[in-house]
Design a protein around this ligand. Structure first.
Ligand SMILES: C[S@@+](CC[C@H](N)C(=O)[O-])C[C@H]1O[C@@H](n2cnc3c(N)ncnc32)[C@H](O)[C@@H]1O
Length: 533
């Protein structure tokens, strides 16, 4: 039997090992296999929580960590539970971590298999299955999974648990579902996974599993401004469930902020509220227990009914294609090849952009996009200075960049006219805790780079604006009256507190608040007029 001081000594050794092994791999190599260790304090908190949730089932612990690494959870397990009660099993695909980990833990009750957990044959009898599975699986994104491997994983999951995972699912989703066959009836599982599964389309199947195949106990979402892993930009959630039938009347504890032992907010919601097809993020923060009927009601009017929403222009190389007045005069770039373009939102102090007489934005930072699709020969002959500038781009290899080499000529830009309303689509809360989202009213002719979403009024609304230009301002006020809660519900949050709203998410946002600022003829038009497509 291991003594507490042995366990402590082993943990000190493990931490040395972890540092050494991480340092001898590049960040890229670690990304490929999702090798980001759980901080020791978090591992201990998780095992302490497991000990509370295990209730009477703690006398004999049969433990599994399918993505073992050096054993952060196993070490915490030895600390929290009496070692005499432990029988443990781990998997890791990478001998770089696996071999030293086997040596470190050789005198302890662990069998560490060096191999691919997703290919491993699960136990065939209940006695062999585990009653505690804790895992921080590899967060390998779907586009890093080779297509053949992805199909194999999908087939395996389908075969084992009859769920077809979307091809957009990261490796962690397969781990979670394949773990099912390793759990004993009534066994407890704690999965530390990216929180995004609750809010993205590919998460629907995972949410379906969590709400219909097992008894979901609680989900803790960690404060997004503190990424759990210093070196990985993901916000994580700790999902706890028991392998038993869910009860239709059960509640699930949604916890957020703070730590595992002291969450800042705890909301108990009915299982029936956790519909797989809705985003769960808002349920953690809703200030009251929302009435499922009203909170899930589809809005009568959405932004997509009123606007065409496009991402701003992706130039392929902003430093080259976006020019300052100094560069323009140095290379004598003709005005007809320039279109004003907005700087990044941080250079736009006010939410309203005024324009000068020719439509240039009145901003301290003045920028212009090079828009020229004339053939090279013609430019060389007629505008030699512009040609000299383009040659500097060739020397820098700009013409070989992905977007440029797919254009003809390589320096041509998409046509992206100015839009009256702009929405910076990502950002962090400011020092006062305010969200970064705001709608900007643009009176200028400037186009916008792809850090903005551009809202172009659809024909009926455009016509109404043409008839009453004061409507522009009302719409702008109406857009800014859309609450943070509504925007948050649509968007997503990444580690480090980065909020994002993609074009389709903004398009799906309710425009019911905005509708109050619009003439009735416009609000009722989407259903009546074919102009709204
Ligand atoms: C996020 S780390 C977690 C390590 C450790 N359990 C911890 O919490 O610190 C994920 C681990 O999974 C391993 N891994 C990646 N793909 C795997 C696979 N297919 N089968 C088993 N282990 C895998 C990686 O080598 C890495 O050690």
């Amino acid at each position: 039997m291991l003594k507490p001081e042995d366990v402590h000594y082993l943990e000190v050794q493990r931490l040395h090992l972890q540092t050494k092994l991480d340092a001898s791999k590049t960040q890229e190599e670690r990304n490929r296999l999702g090798q980001f260790a759980t901080p020791p304090a978090l591992a201990i908190e998780i095992l302490e929580r497991a000990s509370m949730l295990l209730e009477g089932d703690r006398k004999q612990i049969h433990f599994l960590d399918p993505a073992f690494g050096t054993g952060a959870f196993y070490s915490a397990l030895l600390k929290v539970f009496p070692t005499a009660s432990i029988q443990a099993h781990g998997y890791d695909i990478d001998t770089h971590y696996g071999n030293p980990a086997q040596r470190l833990w050789r005198d302890t009750p662990l069998i560490l298999t060096l191999g691919d957990f997703t290919q491993a044959t699960p136990p065939q009898t209940e006695a062999e299955r585990v009653n505690l599975l804790i895992c921080n699986p590899p967060y390998v994104r779907h586009h890093h999974l080779p297509p053949v491997e992805k199909i194999q994983l999908q087939t395996r999951v389908q075969h084992m648990i009859n769920i077809h995972l979307s091809g957009l699912t990261g490796l962690y989703g397969y781990f979670l579902l394949l773990g099912h066959a390793w759990l004993r009836e009534g066994g407890l599982a704690g999965w530390l996974i990216p929180a995004e599964f609750m809010d993205v389309n590919y998460g629907v199947q995972l949410k379906h599993y969590l709400t219909t195949q097992v008894r979901l106990i609680e989900i803790q979402r960690f404060d997004t401004s503190i990424s759990q892993f210093e070196d990985a930009l993901v916000s994580s959630a700790l999902v706890w469930f028991r392998k038993e039938h869910p009860s239709p009347h059960q509640e699930v504890s949604l916890r957020s902020g703070g730590t595992v032992s002291k969450p800042e907010i705890i909301k108990n919601v009915a299982l029936s509220q956790l519909k797989p097809t809705i985003k769960w993020a808002a349920l953690f923060t809703a200030s009251h227990r929302s009435n499922p009927a009203s909170s899930q009601r589809a809005p009568k009017i959405k932004l997509i009914d009123l606007f065409t929403i496009k991402r701003g222009i992706a130039t392929g190389a902003n430093r080259f294609f976006i020019l300052t007045p100094e560069k323009i005069s140095r290379y004598e770039i003709p005005h007809k090849f320039l279109q004003p373009i907005l700087p990044s939102p941080r250079y736009i102090p006010s939410d309203e952009i005024e324009a000068d007489q020719i439509g240039n934005p009145k901003l301290a930072r003045r920028l212009f996009l090079l828009v020229c699709d004339q053939p090279e020969d013609r430019i060389r002959d007629r505008w030699p200075m512009l040609w000299a500038y383009l040659e500097t781009g060739i020397q820098q290899g700009i013409h070989k960049r992905y977007l440029c080499r797919h254009r003809s000529p390589w320096y041509a830009q998409e046509h992206r006219p100015s839009a009256p309303f702009l929405f910076p689509y990502m950002g962090r809360r400011n020092a006062n805790g305010d969200l970064p989202f705001r709608f900007i009213l643009n009176h200028s002719k400037a186009t916008a780079p792809n850090v903005y979403l551009m809202l172009y009024p659809k024909p009926t609304l455009a016509k109404a604006i043409q008839q009453h230009s004061a409507l522009l301002e009302s719409i702008w006020r109406g857009l800014n009256s859309i609450s943070d809660e509504i925007l948050l519900k649509q968007g997503r949050v990444y580690g480090g507190g980065l909020h994002k709203l993609e074009p389709c998410e903004l398009a799906n946002t309710s425009a019911e608040r905005l509708a109050a600022y619009l003439p009735e003829s416009v609000v009722n038009a989407p259903q009546q007029l074919p102009l709204f497509t």
